[in-house]
Design a protein around this ligand. Structure first.
Ligand code: ZN
Length: 157
């Protein structure tokens, strides 16, 4: 059969799965959320630090990491997500997720979007959409969640 997994596992996905970016805990995180996708067995935790923006402006993501296990789609999507949302506001991340959700549910990518389009093949495998969006949901939940105490006790360094 054509249109199979070889199309689904695009180069970007393979690369992020093989060499995940921003993987592990973020010691300075002040937001954390966990997501899991029981239908596939995927797990994903997102750690991020919201920094104050310019006075009167929105907070921005100063740092973000993810940790988890599961299929290539879920882990690669979380890895790619962390590379795209750093420096963004919660509203900007929500807008990016809307674009990404459109890509994975329709297979159609807006022109200005690059690496996210690698996941367009997911739309032919509806069961995998939850894999692709797992990390994004965790990140959005982390952004909406309450602050957690940071593990750094002081700023003496
Ligand atoms: Zn999965």
């Amino acid at each position: 059969m054509s249109g199979d997994l070889s199309e689904l596992y695009q180069q970007v996905i393979l690369d992020h799965n093989k060499r995940p970016r921003n993987r592990g805990k973020l010691p300075t995180a002040n937001r954390v959320a966990h997501g899991d996708n029981p239908t596939c067995g995927d797990q994903c935790s997102v750690y991020l630090r919201l920094d104050p923006g310019i006075p009167g402006g929105a907070e921005r993501i100063g740092g973000i990491t993810f940790d988890g296990s599961g299929c290539a789609i879920s882990q690669a999507s979380a890895s790619l997500m962390t590379t795209l949302v750093k420096g963004k506001t919660a509203a900007e991340v929500e807008a990016m997720f809307k674009d990404f959700h459109h890509i994975v549910t329709t297979g159609q990518a807006p022109e200005e979007i690059s690496d996210l389009a690698a996941f367009a093949g997911v739309h032919t495998f509806p069961a995998r959409i939850k894999c692709a969006t797992l990390g994004w949901h965790a990140a959005l939940n982390a952004l909406k969640g309450d602050p957690i105490p940071t593990t750094t006790e002081s700023h003496t360094d």
